[in-house]
Design a protein. Structure first.
Length: 280
């Protein structure tokens, strides 16, 4: 959490929201707007309740609007983000900064002290990794048990109780994420891809009105949970939109061989879609 000056609203995170979710604020005399891209900024009120806001509405209620750029962003790997242009071939973890990251760095360095701003960005990165590993991805049904890391359990529980993440724990979490002992699939970028795919698959499963299609989509979701990766063919067959570089982190050296039954399901699903579109 990042406290604001008047104490009324606290920016918490940027996250996915359910279809039909409305913004806490309304514009002028208009109705509460929705979220066409399925993303919202989550702010906490003085009573501790969380509410979704659009970016403009969130900035309007915050005493320091720039703090919005320093919250953990769990939507960073959603579709529509600009394709990175690698400029550091020797850096295996290189990902070009998104516009939100560029803004955050500007906020961090402008008027708040460079060191303090950098610390805020490190804290956001550590918090995002902690929550991804211990909550968001760990909570995916049938996910492989290696996601939830026992060494972070005490840190996570302390954060849930206090809402604080001391500097020592920030350093510890980031060291774990960057460690060579941490498998590529458990790095931040891949966990973000897993979380994004999970959210999108859950939506298309709920929206599907055909039992066979729901079963097929659920099989893709189960594969994601077991292997923490999806192939381009699986993404296309599921009909979900992902980041251009989804599951293609340079650290992700090997992907599991596609299950032949899944491959058959993909072909059958594509055939069913094509047949549905042909009118006799």
């Amino acid at each position: 959490m990042i406290a604001v000056n008047d104490g009324s609203w606290t920016p918490v995170r940027k996250d996915f929201v359910e279809p039909g979710t409305r913004c806490r604020q309304h514009v002028g005399r208009g109705r509460h707007h929705g979220f066409g891209n399925g993303q919202a900024y989550i702010l906490r009120d003085a009573q501790g309740h969380e509410h979704p806001f659009g970016e403009a509405c969130a900035r309007a209620v915050l005493a320091e609007p720039g703090l919005l750029d320093l919250v953990p962003d769990y939507t960073e790997r959603d579709a529509g983000q600009p394709v990175p242009e690698p400029t550091a071939a020797d850096n295996e973890e290189f990902e070009a900064p998104t516009p939100a990251v560029v803004r955050a760095r500007a906020v961090a360095g402008g008027g708040r002290g460079g060191k303090a701003g950098d610390a805020a960005l490190r804290r956001a990165a550590a918090l995002r990794y902690l929550v991804l590993r211990m909550e968001k991805v760990a909570g995916v049904p049938r996910v492989q048990p290696t996601v939830r890391f026992p060494a972070l359990e005490e840190v996570y529980q302390a954060y849930l109780q206090s809402g604080e993440l001391p500097d020592a724990q920030v350093r510890r979490i980031l060291a774990i994420e960057r460690s060579a002992a941490t498998p590529p699939k458990l790095k931040s970028i891949n966990l973000l891809d897993v979380y994004t795919a999970h959210v999108k698959l859950e939506r298309v499963i709920r929206e599907s009105n055909r039992l066979e299609q729901r079963r097929f989509l659920r099989s893709i979701h189960d594969w994601l949970a077991r292997h923490l990766v999806l192939s381009a063919a699986q993404i296309a067959a599921a009909g979900i939109q992902m980041h251009p570089h989804a599951f293609r982190s340079l650290l992700l050296r090997e992907a599991p061989q596609a299950d032949p039954h899944d491959a058959k399901g993909i072909r059958d699903a594509k055939g069913a879609k094509g047949a549905k579109g042909v009118k006799g």
